[in-house]
Ligand binder design. Structure first.
Ligand code: NAI
Length: 338
């Protein structure tokens, strides 16, 4: 069984090579991202293993099919970058790694919130330059504040619970209510309007789907409290970046911490320090002192990488032996409608 990895980084290689000692698959690590132009690198492979910024559209899928690929194994939880209808038509199974470490992402979201609110990155930079002034570093207590959580799946649920432990009141919204969270008195399910109107901080944990695309837009922002903080570890296109910039300029939004960005595929995971940034929207975002951007790293813990490697190779193993992957890991047009 030959697997071609796309968008491979050293941390992927380390985790997968170690895990593959138990499986013995023939792995070809490619640095290129998978898209219509690079799909030919998969010739002779049974499986392609992809990541968040590979662009697996219909043309790419048709090329994968011609190359003999039967399984697209995403080494991540999101799958918004795959045309599932085209994969189904081509007879290619698509699987993900659900919940490899929701703690990694939820804890990082809390880290972003603390860093943004208490201005820890600014303080760190100042002290490195022997500037020990505290001016401009005033934050606020999280204790007693209201935190809105959009999406209470695996990650949002943990984030909400951590916020309760900080002494926050938590307002949550999800199309499916979680019975455990409903038992916690500090957590309340509300509609998105109330969540926007009453939250001091809003954190996004829904997947990117046609329904959630630009869920944070001008209209939603206008409903929010003045000075609201927005944390996004979900997917970049959950937020209309132009509306975010407008909200920051008018000070309606008090701060934003973004681990994901709508156009991140052209920028994130690369060292562009000696180039000119061509993305004007990102360039503008980076000029705000109250915006913190990280390069889609919320998942990046040792535990998460080990779980990703193990689950992905187990899926390939299942597929090799039975032609199927456990339904809990398969994503399809139908599974998205459920
Ligand atoms: P999950 O599937 O456990 O939870 C998603 C929740 O969103 C579910 O409860 C679902 O009912 C809800 N939902 C879906 N569509 C909705 C809608 N239109 N309105 C209201 N609720 C809706 O997923 P999990 O593991 O919690 O991950 C959430 C997202 O986090 C992933 O889809 C991915 O995009 C992102 N992620 C980001 C990472 C990073 O490194 N920044 C790493 C892992 C995930």
């Amino acid at each position: 069984m030959k697997i071609v990895f796309f968008d491979t980084h050293q941390f992927d290689k380390n985790a997968f090579l170690k895990t593959n000692e138990q499986f013995g698959f023939n792995i070809d690590f490619q640095e290129a991202r998978l898209n219509n132009n690079t799909a030919q690198l998969a010739v002779g492979a049974d499986v392609v293993c992809c990541f968040v910024n590979d662009k697996i559209d219909e043309d790419c899928i048709n090329k994968l099919k011609s190359s003999g690929v039967k399984l697209i194994a995403l080494r991540c939880a999101g799958f918004n970058n795959v045309n599932l209808a085209a994969a189904q038509k081509a007879g290619i199974t698509v699987c993900i790694v659900p919940g490899y470490s929701p703690y990694a992402v939820a804890e990082f979201a809390v880290g972003l919130l603390l860093s943004l609110n208490r201005k820890i990155p600014r303080a760190y930079s100042r002290v490195r330059e022997l500037n020990f002034s505290l001016d401009g570093l005033v934050g606020f207590d999280l204790h007693g504040k209201t935190v809105g959580v959009l999406g209470t799946g695996k990650i949002g649920k943990i984030f909400a619970q951590i916020m309760v432990s900080f002494g926050c009141k938590v307002l949550v919204y999800d199309q499916r209510e979680d019975e455990d969270l409903k038992k916690i008195s500090a957590i309340k399910y509300v509609d998105t309007k109330k969540l926007c109107e009453e939250s001091d901080i809003i954190s996004l944990h829904v997947p990117l789907t046609p329904k959630t695309y630009h869920v944070i837009n001008d209209e939603m922002i206008s409903m929010m409290k003045d000075g609201v903080y927005i944390i996004n570890t979900g997917r970049g296109a959950l937020i209309d970046a132009k509306a975010l910039i407008e909200g920051l300029k008018t000070k309606k939004i008090g701060g934003a911490a973004l681990d994901v960005y709508e156009e991140e595929e052209n920028v994130f995971f690369q060292n562009l320090s000696d180039r000119i940034l061509e993305d004007d929207t990102l360039a503008r975002l980076l000029t705000f002192p109250n915006v913190l951007v990280t390069s889609h790293q919320a998942f990046l813990t040792q535990e998460a990488l080990q779980n990703i490697a193990r689950t992905t190779l187990e899926s390939v193993d299942e597929f090799t032996k039975t032609g199927l992957v456990a339904s809990s890991k398969v994503v399809s047009v139908e599974s998205c409608l459920r």
